[in-house]
Unconditional design. Structure first.
Lengths: 548, 232
């Protein structure tokens, strides 16, 4: 670490490239012990890509099984373990830490004009906790898997399942701390580390979105931690907390679990919304329409997100009146989400739109997230939920939000900031082609699942009625396209590290502090602390008006 | 932070170490204190989850919980409450001495706090021991002899008792270890310039742990005793 610091202050030596955070030091140690938020962001990128591929491989296997109505590739036990693995990895090791860990870590300090996060060492610790939690999950995968579903419903998880529930629980508990510490770091960083002139309403909306996410991480994750701990105590020490034989209430577990896990879907989608705000503004060359509304919509989603968990228990024996309240509250959350979608659309309107790869992903997000969000309203309606509860309709709904929303935004963001992170441009043609392919593959995979669910195919079974086969074959075909489409960016982005054209400091001609420093940035982000005298997204600023 | 701004001029009064990414001492101080408060918010949610579980079961099984609560020793619980409140006083004095730059007194206050914490934990251990002795520890399939009504919910009560006080004790042990780490610095006279940040942060943590007990004590030990009084 001292080596890095020394190198930035050293006298300029005749070199091909100026010193930046990447070439400041080359040793493995300088990466594994780094406290630089940018390097930690790249460490997250490596870990998250690995888990994404693992979770995707699990999905590929069970999608293959679902090609036919009978059981041919695997037994139900294997199938149960595969969808559990897919859920646990994708949620706890990709979607939750994904955008905050990679893009949030890399960008938040730069966007607010700081040299680093408020707590750099804690930041590194978050990554290690994430990886240690991931190792537990890998161990579970190799040792024989876990079959409870990612939801761990009791008493199956606490008493009956004979799979590796404890190791999985420990892994998620540890990863939860990673999430808590990341959230804590974001909150303190945004409050205390902003550079002179960077007022709250000059913050890029990506920062607002991540701040709202951090609030949920800090308020929700501890409840998941205590819930998992109680299940672990019940399983390990045989203390009965949720055991119906003692008079315990398994539905209480569901309440506690969803008190975190419903807000957690906003942990997954809010940072994605932040990315979309940046992409839409940059490629329409417009100030985000209704900046304050979009900023406050993030906070509204964070707050309302804590009041809707009961919609997961409409058919679990929850009181009908509670169901009605949760139904109404769940519909309310559509309002801030819709505000965002309308405002992004209005930002594009009359903008100077250029269809680069990041915007293709952003437009994909707009369409898919809207479908995902609107089908969420169906599910929030008590009567319809009774019909489609635990069917593929639900599976399609949350994949439209999580994959169609978050993954699209994540990929768009990675492309948009790739030149800043690596100093290299990616190949635009390939990237556009892959973006379209992702969109096509995604829709072919998940749209048939809406129909399957509406027709009554239940989720989490590996055999099904023969009448459902054609739609399942379409879905598997789509998943194959999607799988291949995800491999393209991984390939050409790695290729671009060596062969991509060098990126200028501001290849998109965008505004924002991250584009006012070199690509890649120096270790302390700016050569001198920036002073902000401009609003966010000032695309049509007349230079003459600047000081008057 | 280890990488520090290397600017102490010869004339400067000993200034606190400011990490490289902070502009000045005030920013570092504010960030660290806000960080600790945020962490305590997560702790509130953590214990809050357990307390919510407790409240729901107590509402469902009021009599079973009232009878089970009689098995806990209210005098020992009261004494422990007194011990823990006193330890909050000593840690508060420690913070005060850190402000006034009386570094050695900070060290003695930390030692006093650790000693009081150890007494608390010792009494807690004794209480656990008596529960095991009387077969009132429903864990690891140990025998459970309970003559009162509703043994099922009673097991849940004792499960929550061990779970909640156990997590609380774990927090205390962490606090004791952290305070012990500050003692050498205090006796090296490092707090003579009113650089109280570290002590303030550990103080916040200790007060929080104390406050958790202020909730756990009445919840577990003082369940409406009239409910379970004989003859009603």
């Amino acid at each position: 670490m001292t080596g890095e610091i020394a190198s930035t202050t050293a006298l300029p030596t005749p070199e091909r490239e100026p010193k930046n955070y990447l070439n400041a030091a080359w040793t493995v140690r300088s990466w594994l012990l780094t406290v630089d938020h940018k390097r930690i962001g790249l460490l997250y990128l490596a870990g998250i890509t690995f888990f994404f591929l693992l979770g995707g491989a699990a999905a590929a296997l069970f999608r293959l099984e679902l090609m036919t109505p009978q059981s041919d590739l695997m037994e139900s036990e294997t199938y149960n373990k595969l969808f559990t693995l897919h859920g646990i990895i994708m949620i706890f090791f990709f979607l939750v830490p994904g955008i905050p860990g990679v893009l949030g870590n890399f960008l938040i300090p730069i966007m607010i004009g700081a040299r680093d996060m408020a707590f750099p060492k804690l930041n590194l610790m978050s990554w290690y906790l994430f990886m240690i939690g991931g190792c537990f999950t890998l161990y579970v995968t190799v040792a024989g898997g876990v079959d409870t579903g990612w939801t761990f419903y009791t008493p199956y998880s606490s008493t009956y399942s004979n799979t590796y529930v404890m190791a999985t629980a420990v892994g998620i508990f540890i990863t939860g701390f990673s999430s808590i510490l990341t959230g804590l770091n974001f909150i303190v960083t945004v409050h205390k580390m902003r550079c002179p002139g960077m007022t709250w309403f000059r913050l890029p909306l990506f920062v607002w979105a991540n701040y709202a996410t951090a609030l949920i991480m800090v308020l929700g994750t501890p409840v998941l931690a205590i819930t998992i701990l109680l299940v672990a105590l019940e399983r390990g020490l045989k203390i009965g907390i949720f055991d119906p034989r003692l008079g315990g209430d398994p539905v209480l577990f569901q309440h506690l679990f969803w008190f975190y896990s419903h807000p957690a879907v906003y942990i997954m989608v809010l940072p994605a919304m932040g990315v979309i705000s940046e992409l839409v503004a940059a490629f329409s060359r417009n100030r985000v329409f209704g900046y304050k509304l979009v900023a406050f919509a993030s906070l509204a989603i964070a707050v309302l997100g804590f009041l809707v968990w009961g919609h997961h228990m409409f058919v679990s024996g929850q009181s009908l009146y509670a169901g009605m309240v949760f139904s109404v509250l769940s519909m309310l959350i559509a309002i801030p989400s819709a505000i965002k979608v309308f405002n992004w659309t209005l930002t594009l309107w009359r903008g100077e739109v250029t269809f680069n790869t990041p915007l293709l992903y952003a437009i994909g997000f707009l369409g898919l997230f809207t479908i995902g969000g609107l089908t969420g309203l169906f599910l929030a309606t008590l009567g319809i939920d009774v019909h489609v509860h635990d069917t593929y309709f639900v599976v399609a709904h949350f994949h439209y939000v999580m994959v169609g929303g978050t993954v699209m935004a994540y990929l768009g963001g990675i492309h948009y900031w790739w030149p800043k992170m690596t100093g290299r441009m990616y190949p635009e043609g390939w990237a556009r082609f892959s973006a379209v392919l992702v969109f096509v593959g995604f829709n072919l995979t998940f749209f048939p699942q809406f129909i399957l669910g509406y027709l009554g195919m239940p989720r989490r079974y590996h055999v099904y009625d023969e009448g459902f086969q054609i739609l399942n074959v379409m879905s598997t075909a789509g998943a194959s396209i999607l799988g291949i489409a995800y491999l393209f960016p991984i390939t050409y982005l790695i290729w671009s590290l060596k062969y991509g054209p060098k990126a200028s400091a501001n290849p998109w001609n965008a505004v924002g502090l991250e584009w006012m420093t070199s690509s890649p940035p120096p270790t302390e982000n700016f050569t001198e602390t920036p002073v902000v005298d401009f609003e966010a997204y000032e695309y049509h600023r007349n230079p003459a008006d600047r000081h008057g | 932070m280890s990488t520090t701004a290397t600017l102490p001029t010869a004339t400067a009064k000993r200034t606190p170490i400011v990490a490289h990414h902070f502009d000045d001492w005030t920013q570092q101080y504010d960030a660290c204190v806000l960080g600790m408060w945020t962490f305590l918010v997560t702790e509130v949610m953590f214990f809050g989850g357990a307390i919510a579980v407790y409240m729901i079961y107590r509402w469902q099984y009021p009599m079973a919980f009232a009878y089970a609560s009689q098995e806990l020793s209210a005098p020992l619980g009261t004494f422990n409450t007194f011990i823990l409140l006193t330890s909050s006083l000593t840690v508060a004095l420690g913070v005060r001495y850190a402000h006034t730059g009386e570094s050695r007194k900070v060290g003695w206050m930390l030692i006093a706090t650790i000693a009081l914490g150890a007494i608390f934990l010792g009494i807690k251990a004794y209480e656990y021991y008596t529960k095991f002795e009387h077969n009132l520890a429903p864990l690891l399939n140990l025998p459970f002899d309970y003559a009162g009504p509703d043994p099922g919910p009673t097991k849940i009560f004792f499960g929550l008792y061990f779970g909640m006080t156990g997590i609380h004790a774990l927090h205390m042990i962490i606090g004791v270890v952290l305070m012990a780490l500050y003692i050498p610095a205090a006796f090296r006279n490092e707090y003579r310039d009113g650089n109280s940040l570290g002590i303030e942060i550990i103080g916040l943590y200790w007060h929080f742990v104390d406050l958790v007990w202020i909730f756990l004590f009445p919840l577990l030990y003082l369940v409406d005793r009239s409910l379970a009084a004989p003859g009603i």
